[in-house]
Design a protein around this ligand. Structure first.
Ligand code: 5GP
Length: 204
């Protein structure tokens, strides 16, 4: 069983805060796409730190992807699946897709484990935007994706991300961990117990 690391809401908040300036350095997101459920809370917190005075809030869209099959057990570790299941996706109407074309889009998730989910998200989003650009005759506009995760596990990855995304520094992980199991506060049934367990962790 992997070592369990407990993360508090406070730590999540500070990881988002610490990462915002790095993200903004060479990429100003116009739109965020949060991968649910783990990407929702980090995306909302991060938005507060990405906002610049006088500029509007960055809109957050949601997609739902699931790789792990819930076997109905009580322990937080779940058995990894091999296929990504779409539970929610973007509205692909031309009206909605035109909001993505030519934009800087930040994809947010909580953890990059095998990278299967992120590979799927980037590949499918790029494909849908490309198709919309073609349909709307806007192929000359450059749509750029970047990624933010709270934790990246330092391990061999099954999924691949585009070379240019990595080369141009459009992948951001607040923390790089070993191959541990991370327990996030939004999964806790008893948040006081969770916070107590977090105190016993080495600080992440
Ligand atoms: P990947 O596709 O990178 O293998 O896994 C991505 C998804 O698996 C995450 O979005 C998350 O739902 C789940 N996952 C993988 N590792 C962890 C972990 O250490 N803790 C939690 N809570 N979920 C994890």
């Amino acid at each position: 069983m992997p070592e369990k690391i407990y993360i508090t809401y406070n730590q999540v908040h500070k990881l988002c805060q610490q990462s915002a300036d790095r993200i903004l350095n060479d990429f100003r997101p116009n739109l965020m796409i949060a991968i649910g459920g783990g990407g929702f809370v980090p995306a909302r917190i991060l938005r507060s730190f990405l906002k610049r005075p006088g500029e509007p809030n960055i809109p957050i869209q949601a997609i739902g992807l699931s790789l792990y099959e819930d076997l109905g057990r009580d322990d937080p570790e779940e058995v990894p699946g091999t296929k990504v299941k779409r539970t929610q996706w973007l509205d692909l109407s031309s009206l909605e897709m035109s909001n993505l074309i030519g934009k800087n889009i930040l994809i947010v998730d909580e953890v990059d484990d095998t990278r299967t989910t992120l590979e799927y998200a980037v590949r499918e989003l790029e494909k849908d935007v490309r198709e919309a650009q073609k349909a709307l005759g806007r192929e000359d506009e450059k749509t750029k994706f970047s990624i933010f995760v709270l934790h990246n596990k330092d391990k061999p990855k099954k999924g691949k991300l585009p070379e240019d995304m990595l080369a141009e520094g459009r992948y951001h992980a607040a923390i790089t961990t070993g191959d541990v199991w991370i327990c996030y506060p939004w999964e806790a049934k008893d948040i006081d117990e969770h916070d107590e367990l977090a105190k016993q962790n080495k600080l992440l």
